[in-house]
Ligand binder design. Structure first.
Ligand SMILES: [Zn+2]
Length: 398
């Protein structure tokens, strides 16, 4: 089916007067797509000649790229379970030990809880998910299999990446074999968590993580909560292994709290190495003073992205599942108030530059986009305007 989404606006440049950027210029376009792929982008005056298309009227909405949730846990959601606060625990080891038993006996099934999470995020306009899925001896492949069964029903609404995640420590929980199985069974990223404070063996833990990545030829998404000197050692080792294995562009460090513990010259040196190795930092924008210096990272050329992480689970009673809410929080925390800073901030959830003379849409791209009733991206981010529609491979999702 040939479809034409007409009457949508794409941003083409900034509007500036006397050095003050007061808005963005937009151009009215029509996007043609077929079999999930954009086939052409027309200007509004070309539309009348296109008679053999099914027409959708975009009603002058601003068209933006697909919104991406880059840190979520499909297997940990408590959504659907009547309100229960989190249990107090002494440390993270106790937290994840209790979590196994809680989820095993949860009054709502895994698939129902995961579907609730997906529907919540779809309702906010997200159509791409990167989810961590626990893989360790206490749960085996059961979470991965259950998640894949749910995802099979959402092929026309979202795409996803699944991270095999040794939540309880690759070494601490003897997870290597289950991680290997998960990667054989369809997980397409290797996860990891704290080589010192959880696994207590920096070298062995990270060597095994990179070993899995190179064996299966997959990227890495490593959760690093280490602080101070432990963080220094962990970053140094991750960088050394990235260079040794030529895993540039394929390594993500999530949380990365320790980046805030470095002095100015250490930051400058480390950030330039992160940038040179194209290592991505993903943050959930925590409010508890552990957030890494995300704007400094970006200025140093390090790619940064964000995700919701906890959304009502055994770790946190908070989280509303709206990644745009996190982006708004990021902009406010880092004082990104200008038109340009707010516009560029959207790249943290779209991985796509927005302002281009002919717009960001190109033939051959998947027909994934977001429609918003906003004058500009900056207004969408700052004013928390709702997504009015989302399309995934040409299918209307929201
Ligand atoms: Zn997480």
């Amino acid at each position: 089916m040939k479809t034409l989404l007409k009457n949508v606006r794409v941003e083409t440049s900034y509007l500036t007067e006397n050095d003050f950027t007061y808005g963005t210029a937009t151009k009215n376009i029509a996007v043609a797509f077929e079999n999930g792929i954009i086939t052409a982008v027309f200007t509004s005056d070309q539309v009348d000649t296109k008679t053999d298309y099914t027409i959708i009227d975009g009603q002058n909405a601003l068209i933006l790229p697909q919104l991406r949730e880059m840190h979520v846990h499909f297997d940990k959601s408590k959504l659907g379970i009547p309100w229960t606060p989190i249990e107090p625990v002494k440390n993270r080891v106790e937290r994840f030990t209790k979590e196994i038993a809680y989820l095993k006996n949860a009054p709502v099934s895994f698939s129902q809880r995961m579907e609730n999470l997906i529907h919540l995020e779809l309702s906010y306009g997200v159509t791409h998910f990167r989810s961590h899925i626990d893989a360790h001896p206490a749960v085996g492949q059961s979470y991965l299999e259950a998640a894949q069964a749910v995802l099979a029903n959402y092929q026309d609404q979202l795409d996803y990446e699944l991270v095999a995640f040794p939540q309880h420590g690759l070494l601490l929980s003897h997870a290597y074999n289950e991680m290997k199985l998960a990667l054989q069974n369809g997980a397409n990223i290797v996860g990891g968590v704290d080589p010192i404070s959880i696994d207590n063996n920096l070298e062995k833990s990270l060597n095994q993580t990179f070993d899995l990545a190179t064996q299966f030829d997959v990227p890495i998404d490593y959760h690093l909560h280490e602080r101070g000197d432990d963080a220094r050692k962990a970053f140094a080792k991750i960088l050394a292994l990235t260079e040794e294995t030529n895993w540039q562009k394929r390594v993500t460090i999530s949380h990365a709290y320790g980046l805030r513990d470095l002095n100015k010259s250490e930051q400058a040196e480390l950030f330039s190495r992160l940038a040179a190795n194209q290592i991505t930092i993903i943050s959930s924008i925590p409010l508890d003073f552990v957030i890494p210096p995300l704007t400094k990272l970006k200025q140093a050329g390090v790619k940064t992205q964000i995700g919701c992480d906890n959304i009502y689970d055994c770790w946190s009673p908070f989280g509303n599942g709206d990644v745009m809410n996190k982006l708004n929080r990021y902009a406010e925390m880092f004082d990104l108030t200008s038109q340009k800073e707010l516009t560029e901030s959207l790249e943290l959830v779209t991985d796509q530059k927005l302002i281009a003379p002919n717009g960001w849409l190109k033939s051959g791209m998947p027909a994934n986009f977001t429609l918003v009733n906003a004058t500009s991206t900056a207004e969408f981010v700052a004013r928390k305007l709702p997504v009015s529609a989302s399309y995934f491979k040409g299918n209307k999702v929201k």
